[in-house]
Design a protein around this ligand. Structure first.
Ligand code: UT7
Length: 337
């Protein structure tokens, strides 16, 4: 593994956009249907409501809406996009990729397009690949997406998971940057890591090619996501801490210099533990899990976009992105805005 960024930054985020379904589902909705309560959900997770897509709304639809906002902000046309890299755990179809469907919706005729399967850190994985495509000269302008319809793979009869997830999409236009000055804007560092040995703590047992969709799979409800919450929680706290440290070290900055931590929004208690480890007070941490729940790969761009709109990130801000999810996978990035 090569050490450190020698010529960074290669790439900068020049536009952001998000899309969420209009339907808001609050905790009371679950309390009416399952053995749970608003108090339990808020206390154990920090979630108050989430967005749920209607059955006809696809991941590609949500991605398109988010992408069009980001492209407008970046001032680019679809023809200028050289690559679409889309992180998702809930592709619309298993073949072809949702990125290829999005390419058609956008009319991005000059792009290569592919999905990344990295669960919750999907946006950070896609951002890292986008930076690599730009650094290698394959792309000047890359559209990075994190988009999910988790409601399609959530067992609404299982109180331990049903209350956690939401649907949404976020997009970033990432462009080649010509560094200027002693503090150039752009992606200063990235860090990715996985541990597949722990895969069965958060997974979908059925519906893939090892156990194709069948009457048995449907009867066992094994096409839905299953999670050993407590074990995942513990692993998330450790991995998010490692990822924060690594991105900061690789960027050659200190935690004190980070203006805003934008962590994956799975559980406010994991976010607080991550902030505590990094020595960052909560007023330098973006939290919107209360509004959207856990939207997996969409969670970082949803939080990042809100932070920018609220003026918590501006030109020159140093931002730390950190996420953890199924695989297990984890990753991070430090970006100068
Ligand atoms: O996004 C990628 C990764 N995902 C995560 O990071 C999620 C990580 N895990 C978590 O956020 C938490 O583990 C959960 C929020 C999922 C669960 O919170 P917890 O504090 O770890 O609860 P627990 O699983 O240890 O369960 C405690 C109790 C259990 O009852 P008993 O065995 O103590 O009687 C559960 O059955 O809470 C019960 N419980 C619930 N009670 C009311 C579980 N879900 C619910 C619920 N409402 N919805």
């Amino acid at each position: 593994m090569s050490e450190g960024p020698l010529r960074r930054p290669f790439a900068a985020i020049t536009g952001l956009g998000v899309a969420v379904p209009p339907r808001v589902v609050d905790n009371a909705w679950f309390a009416e249907r399952l053995d749970t309560s608003d108090e339990w959900i808020v206390e154990r997770t920090g979630i108050r409501e989430r967005r749920i897509a209607d059955p006809t709304q696809t991941v590609a639809d949500l991605s398109r809406e988010a992408a069009e906002h980001a492209m407008r902000e970046a001032g680019i046309t679809a023809a200028e996009i050289d690559a679409i890299v889309l992180g998702t755990a809930t592709p619309d179809r298993l073949l072809p990729s949702t990125a290829c469907d999005l390419q058609v919706l956008l009319g991005a005729v000059n792009a290569t397009a592919f999905d990344i399967s990295a669960a919750c850190p999907g946006f950070i994985y896609a951002l890292t690949v986008a930076e690599g495509l730009i650094a290698s000269g394959q792309s000047r302008t890359t559209l990075v997406i994190g988009a999910e319809k988790l409601s399609a793979i959530t067992d609404m009869q299982d109180r331990s998971t049903a209350i956690l997830f939401g649907d949404g999409a976020g997009a970033a236009v990432v462009r080649r940057t010509e560094p200027t000055g002693d503090k150039p804007r752009g992606i200063l560092s990235t860090f990715l890591k996985s541990d597949g040995r722990l895969g069965n703590l958060l997974y979908r047992p059925g519906g893939g090619s090892s156990d194709p969709l069948s009457e048995k799979v449907l009867a066992e409800r094994s096409h839905y996501l299953r999670m050993s919450g407590r074990e995942v929680f513990k692993a998330a706290v450790i991995a998010m801490a490692e990822a924060s440290d690594e991105a900061i070290r690789r960027a050659g900055v200190t935690a004190d210099e980070i203006d805003l931590l934008v962590p994956h929004q799975a559980n406010v208690r994991i976010i607080e533990a991550t902030a505590k480890h990094a020595g960052m007070p909560m007023d330098r941490v973006m939290v919107n899990v209360d509004r959207y729940g856990n939207t997996s790969s969409a969670s970082i761009p949803l939080a990042l976009d809100q932070a920018v709109r609220e003026g918590r990130i501006g030109p020159g801000s140093l931002v730390l992105l950190v996420a953890f999810g199924a695989g297990f996978t984890w990753g991070s990035a430090v970006v100068r805005w």
